[in-house]
Design a protein around this ligand. Sequence first.
Ligand SMILES: [Zn+2]
Length: 400
Amino acid sequence: MALDAKEREIRDRLHATRETMIARVSEMVSIPSGHGHREGLERLQSMIATRLRALGAEIEMVPAEARPAWIDPRPASDARVATLVARRLKGRTGPRMLLCGHVDTVHDPAGPFQRLEPRADGAMVGPGVVDMKGGVEVLLSALEALEASGAQVAWTVVIVTDEESGSFGSARTIEQVARAHDRAFVVEPAAGEGDLVVERPGSGQFMLEATGWAAHAGRDFAKGVSAVQALATAVVAAGALADVTCGRIVNIGPLEGGAATNIVPDRARAWGNLRYRDEAEGAKLGAALDALATGGDDAVPRVRVQRLHNRPAKPCTDAVRAMAERAQAVAADLGFRVGLASTGGVSDANLIQYAGPPTLDGLGVRGGNLHRLDEYFWPDSLPERAALLAILLAREAKVA
Ligand SMILES: [Zn+2]
């Protein structure tokens, strides 16, 4: 199959706006949005809302929910910036497409890494540029080109402000919106040299909390019950649940316990992360972790287990594979090749696909060094990926 006239028009329009796209990415990158930086997150949401409103979308700002208090070892930012939902559905028939991205980054808003700078080899370095402000630009430019082409695709955009910290505030909104859609597209960074991400593991957070009796270590050692000892036993048992050969990961840390070396500690806690291949495996692993709880309500020592699986596994289903193959055909028509990847990372694609629609991820820009101070992207991937996404959406609208 070759590109038809409308598709060529979309591609040419996007290639002609390459410099504008780079300028917009540069502007987004210079607005700090890490660590729950409210001002930056709100500014980005409002810039994006303006562009989507110009395409005829109805904008809804859905308030974020609170993070569970036990999730964070140290008091974390609970900026709770609203999730943006922009719907362009009215009067449009055919399958409903959901596009999802996030504007938060992992970078310190007060740190030294603040701007987009060229690198000698043509790449550009900047905080959150590949994960995923470049991807957000791909999403917006793709929709602008799609609308300009006159295609009547029914679409909704969801822009999240807390993806990097687990999407606890936006998960319910993401799932609710996802349920009303037929297919979904997420603009997380491309894998490898431009591969699409078809499969991700499930992931959950947990906390082990041990309670003992405090006592003076010298005068009353025998009266004390060490929470640290109880926690240590539970930590070793939790670690033993990992089995990398079948994708079962149990990572433990940080941990804390005790106030001073001459006091028997009465409280100790450890936090951890679980990853697993599929939901059956996740349920088994969760049950095994729960079984590490010991003692009744008032027993000393006792160990409590809290856990929350915030990223259900995202398998490569037949529907996902079929969509991915159609995307590969679009790339081939555009003159490049994209592979299909499975990664160990998780994203909002996990939540979306669990709620219903088959989801294709990794549609964002090409680049690397995510979450590092030398994070970079390839500017040529802006028009390239935007054309891929826009033409894919136009074709998907015709697939029953
Ligand atoms: Zn991301």
